[in-house]
Design a protein around this ligand. Structure first.
Ligand code: FEO
Ligand code: CA
Ligand code: CA
Ligand code: CA
Length: 697
């Protein structure tokens, strides 16, 4: 998210209010007590953290996310009983460079504009690179990311990196231009090519990671790359366009924020704030209004204004104007926008493979995607948040049962089709008593005000195109901006960041899962699905807060050493360490005291199991908060996002997004503060220990 593309408009007019929430509002006093000091006392005996948890469950050994070239759910060791954080929490920092604990080093890897092959000129610090350079270089604004080892290596692999959005001012020599009301075609192509996903082959030599130039694996997906539309929406009237009259393809993936992986070794990139790239100056259908397609006069980047440039190919610019002007869907671009808003599957190991949009998993502002702990013979579940104020969290359950042999197959996108094209999409309702229910977005599901979903939407594809509208109808719980999900590697608990929501006020009210008004700090919730059912149990893991806040705000008792706000990126490593990243400085609008105290950061904690806690949390409270430790602080204004590690845990990859004067020129040391003004570049940072040992323990 960002200052440029963050959409503060509340588009959920339904304001679903389950009965439990009404009850909750009438019990405000109780909520305050439960969340405040009383919570600390009440949960002291239930222990939310592993450090105090004597009953860590065994669990089956399963894969943790595609960490070898033909990855299988082969043994993923249980976190050793002795796993403990072996670093001291960092103090807050407002330094314009990266800060790591003593004994650690941080290198800049693959900043925006770094060539990945010889078809690009080197990055130009005056902004003069061409659109073709960008097509063969790292894109802008790195976000979700995953390291895919080659043959199990911890020194060589493929890094998949999302390029969420662009800083037009930094991208062009003097920012974006308009000539007679039109964006120049070359500028638009450059912007389109700065978006998308990069797959880069990387190798560690003498302690330094670098791109293997011209590797056959190196490739870029941009907002113009042809992709398949699979699942129920693919091939329907909803997605027929002049480019794809049979509705099976669309060009580009846009505003890719968080990511996921699959048990069979593919990458999932999540399309988040794509809607406003499109403009409709005519009548916007409800589904376009509900996702925020621009009503005009122009789209976010005005790409559509380059239409009719003599060099335009197959409506490459015109397609961003989805106003109905022709006699049918193949004579204008009305359906172009219906090809966006999905989770997109990429096989990083097969350079000739085509990225595939899995439409069965819903169409909304996808933040990321975590999969449930795979169990042989049982369906797989995938969880994805919809990052906007008062939007929902979703679960997709495969129709096929998991066959561990599929993790070894090399036709990975065929495996993807098996598990991701057929299944059921659900949306979450959280109840006050710590229980919850997944509501199926299928025709027979009853609406909260009567009728069934089939009365409102005739087909499954219509439900999926209108995912938010369908979720409104069945009475899902409106959340405080769902961002990343992450799955505990041994106990299978699912964690979700709820980044913040300053629009939650007296008229919208609170609900049990989002209990604070004017939630400027955000929180993290977790749940555990009941096997074979649509029920789950949940609690709140931690409430963001500044250390000086009152007890009703600082419900987790955070101190100067772990105060945090606007949690966003989230990931477990296979040892069971949870890594929490923040997007607070700008996205939080500097509306909280944490933004005044520190730059964005990454913290680590070793959680216990939800099954061992009681009530609705918070699991982190005054009795155990010191086990949540700050590991990293980023440069000024930058968000910390994207998380992955090598299998041996000796290298940790994260992304610095939208810095303002970083990284310093002529050094690979990410901790260096520039003495001059530099053209800022989002970048991956690799953290290692100087002694080469595993990180954090
Ligand atoms: Fe792109 Fe929701 O952060
Ligand atoms: Ca964010
Ligand atoms: Ca971001
Ligand atoms: Ca994010």
């Amino acid at each position: 998210m960002s200052k440029h593309i963050s959409d503060k408009t509340v588009r959920n007019a339904s304001q679903n209010t389950p009965f439990s929430e009404i009850l909750e509002r009438s019990m405000t006093r109780r909520a305050v007590m439960r969340g405040g000091l009383a919570a600390a006392l009440a949960t002291m005996s239930s222990f939310g953290l592993a450090g105090c948890d004597s009953s860590s469950t065994g669990g089956n050994s399963t894969d943790n996310g595609g960490e070898n070239p033909n990855p299988g759910p082969g043994p993923d060791p249980e976190p050793p009983a002795s796993v403990k954080l072996g670093f001291e929490s960092l103090p807050t920092s407002m330094t314009d460079g990266c800060v790591v604990p003593p004994g650690y080093i941080a290198h800049v890897l693959a900043p925006w504009g770094t060539p990945i092959n010889d078809n690009a000129l080197p990055w130009d610090k005056n902004g003069n690179n061409s659109s073709n350079d960008l097509l063969n270089s790292m894109g802008m604004h790195h976000d979700g990311m995953h390291f895919f080892p080659l043959e199990g290596s911890s020194t060589e692999g493929l890094l998949a990196v999302n390029h969420e959005y662009i800083d037009e001012k930094a991208l062009h020599p003097n920012g974006p231009t308009l000539v007679n009301g039109k964006r120049p075609a070359e500028e638009v192509r450059k912007e389109i090519n700065a978006h998308g996903v990069a797959i880069i082959h990387i190798r560690r030599t003498n302690g330094r990671w670098d791109i293997v130039q011209n590797s056959r694996y190196n490739r870029r997906f941009t907002s113009a790359t042809a992709m398949k539309l699979a699942g129920p929406v693919g091939g329907t009237d909803w997605v027929k366009t002049p480019f794809s009259p049979n509705g099976t393809q669309v060009r580009g993936t846009n505003n890719n924020c968080g990511n996921g992986t699959t048990p069979w070794g593919t990458y999932i990139t999540a399309e988040e704030n794509w809607a406003a790239c499109f403009v409709n100056t005519g009548i916007r259908p409800p589904h376009q209004q509900r996702v925020g397609v621009s009503a005009g006069p122009v789209g976010r980047y005005q790409w559509e204004t380059a239409a009719k440039d003599p060099s335009e190919v197959l409506g490459e610019f015109a397609r961003f104007n989805v106003t109905e002007t022709g006699a049918s869907a193949t004579e204008d671009w009305r359906n172009e926008v219906n090809g966006f808003g999905y989770l997109v599957e990429i096989d990083p190991y097969d350079p000739s493979s085509i990225a595939t949009k899995r439409t069965s998993m819903g169409r909304f502002a996808h933040e990321g995607c975590a999969y449930s702990k795979p169990e042989a013979g049982k369906p797989l579940a995938f969880y994805s948040g919809d990052d906007s104020r008062f939007e929902y969290v979703y679960r997709f359950v495969s129709e096929a049962n998991w066959d561990p042999k599929d993790a070894q197959r090399t036709d990975r996108l065929a495996v993807g089709a098996k598990y991701l094209d057929k299944g059921t999409l659900y949306v979450a309702r959280f109840n006050e008593d710590g229980s919850g229910e997944w509501l199926a977005l299928t025709g027979s599901t009853k609406g909260k005000d009567g009728g069934t979903l089939a009365d409102k939407f005739k087909t499954l594809e219509e439900i999926l195109i209108n995912t938010r509208g369908a979720a409104d109808f069945v009475g899902a719980t409106p959340m405080d901006r769902p961002e990343w999900t992450a799955t505990h590697p041994s106990n299978g608990d699912i964690y979700l960041t709820l980044t913040n929501n300053t629009s939650r006020n007296a008229s919208t009210g609170t609900n049990p899962a989002n209990p604070r008004l004017n939630n400027v700090n955000g929180h993290i919730i977790r749940w555990h699905d009941e096997p074979g059912s649509n029920k789950f149990k949940w609690d709140i893991f931690v409430f963001g807060s500044d250390s000086g806040a009152d007890a009703d705000t600082n419900r987790s008792g955070l101190t100067d050493l772990n105060q945090l706000a606007s949690p966003d990126g989230l990931g477990f490593d296979s040892r069971g360490i949870l890594w929490i990243q923040t997007d607070n400085g700008i996205d939080g609008g500097r509306k909280n005291n944490v933004a005044r105290a520190t730059n964005d950061q990454m913290l680590a904690v070793i959680p216990g199991a939800l099954a061992d806690s009681s009530g609705t949390g918070p699991a982190i409270n005054a009795s155990n908060q010191s086990d949540l430790r700050r590991f990293f602080v980023g440069p000024n204004e930058a968000e910390i996002t994207g998380f992955s590690m090598t299998p041996d845990h000796t290298s940790l990859f994260l992304n610095i997004q939208h810095p303002v004067n970083w990284p310093a020129y002529d050094t690979h040391d990410a901790t260096v503060v520039s003495m001059n003004t530099v053209r800022p570049r989002s970048s991956t940072v690799v953290i290692q220990r100087a002694d080469g040992k595993p990180i954090a323990v």
